[in-house]
Design a protein around this ligand. Structure first.
Ligand code: GLU
Length: 286
C-alpha cells in the first residue's frame, strides 16, 4: 500500500517553526517511501479562520520547498460529510444533546458529592455526564452540542494502533488500550460543537479516511486524542491508520510555540533574511 501522509494546519494565524517541523516530518516520511504528501486546511472554526492566513500557508510552505497534491482539501467544504457521520452515530444511539456551558461542567465536576478529584482528558475537564441520562429526542437537534456516549460507543474490550514515532512518554510500536482506560481518560467528548456543527475529533477522522491517509503525523500534544480517534474509526467503519507522533518545537524557555508567537513566524524569519537551511538548523533538522 502506498504510504500517504498529511499536514493539517488551521488558518488561524501565521505558521511558526513548529509547523515547519511538522510539515517536514510528514513530507520526509512520504518522500522516503515514495508515498503521497497531502495538505488539509482545518478551518472548521470559521470565527478564527481567515483567507489571508490560508494564502500565507501556501506561500510559507512553498518557500520551505514543500510540494503537495492539489486540489487541497478544505474542511469548510466538507460540512455535509461531517453531518453524514453524525447522522450515522445518532441513528446508532451513540450521541446525545448537551446544553451545559463551561461553568456548568466545572460546577458539576467539582461538586462535593462527586467525591472524586476532577480529572482531565484531551479536551480539558472530563464531562461529568450531566445530560447523558436526559430523554433523548427522536431527531437530532440542529442547535445543540452533541456528545458521544463513550460507555455505549466502546464496543470492544480493547483498541489498538501502531505508533511509528513516539508518544510524549516514549510510547511506541503496537499500543493496546483497554476499554476502561479510554473511558476513564476521555469521557463523553463533544463531536459536534453548537457553533460549528462538528468538532476537531470528528472532522479529522472523517477526513483522514477520505484522503486515504495511511500514516497520521502530528505533535505529541495530540497523542492523547488518538484514543478517541481510533474509537471513532471503529464506529464509522474506517481503517485505523498508523500514527507517528513527533516532538514539539519549544521556545528558549521550554514553552511550546503557539500561533500567537508571531516573532517565531516563518514569514518573520524570511523577512529578516534567514534562509531555509537556517530554519532547518533552528529546529534540529540541519
Ligand atoms: N489542525 C491541527 C493543528 O493545527 C492538527 C490536527 C492533526 O494533525 O490531527 O494543530
Amino acid at each position: 500500500m502506498t504510504l500517504s501522509t498529511r499536514f493539517a494546519p488551521s488558518p488561524t494565524g501565521p505558521l511558526h517553526l513548529g509547523h515547519a517541523y511538522a510539515a517536514w516530518v510528514a513530507a520526509d516520511l512520504a518522500s522516503r517511501e515514495r508515498g503521497r504528501f497531502q495538505l488539509r486546511i482545518e478551518d472548521i472554526d470559521q470565527t478564527r479562520a481567515r483567507a489571508e492566513w490560508e494564502a500565507q500557508i501556501y506561500l510559507d510552505l512553498s518557500w520551505l520547498g514543500l510540494e503537495w497534491e492539489t486540489p487541497v482539501m478544505r474542511q469548510s467544504d466538507r460540512l455535509s460529510e461531517y453531518q453524514r457521520a453524525l447522522d450515522r452515530l445518532w441513528r446508532d444511539g451513540l450521541l446525545y444533546p448537551c446544553n451545559c456551558n463551561r461553568r456548568d461542567i466545572l460546577n458539576a465536576a467539582t461538586a462535593p458529592q462527586e467525591g472524586a478529584a476532577q480529572s482531565f482528558g484531551p479536551d480539558g475537564l472530563i464531562y461529568p455526564g450531566t445530560c447523558r441520562d436526559k430523554p433523548r429526542p427522536k431527531t437530532r437537534p440542529p442547535d445543540l452540542a452533541l456528545r458521544l456516549d463513550m460507555a455505549q460507543a466502546l464496543g470492544q474490550a480493547q483498541y489498538c494502533f501502531t505508533e511509528t514515532g513516539r508518544g510524549p512518554d516514549g510510547q511506541t510500536g503496537d499500543i493496546t488500550l483497554a476499554r476502561d482506560h479510554i473511558l476513564r481518560n476521555t469521557g463523553d467528548v463533544v463531536l459536534a460543537r453548537r457553533d460549528m456543527g462538528t468538532s476537531y475529533h470528528l472532522s479529522v477522522v472523517v477526513d483522514d479516511a477520505a484522503q486515504g491517509i495511511t500514516t497520521v503525523t502530528r505533535g505529541h500534544d495530540l497523542f492523547d486524542a488518538t484514543q478517541i480517534h481510533i474509537v471513532l474509526q471503529s464506529l464509522l467503519g474506517f481503517d485505523v491508520p498508523r500514527y507517528h507522533h513527533h516532538r514539539l518545537i519549544r521556545d528558549d524557555a521550554g514553552k511550546r510555540l503557539a500561533k500567537r508567537d508571531d516573532a517565531r513566524a516563518i514569514r518573520t524569519y524570511r523577512d529578516d533574511g534567514y534562509s531555509v537551511s537556517d530554519i532547518k538548523t533552528m529546529i534540529g533538522l540541519g
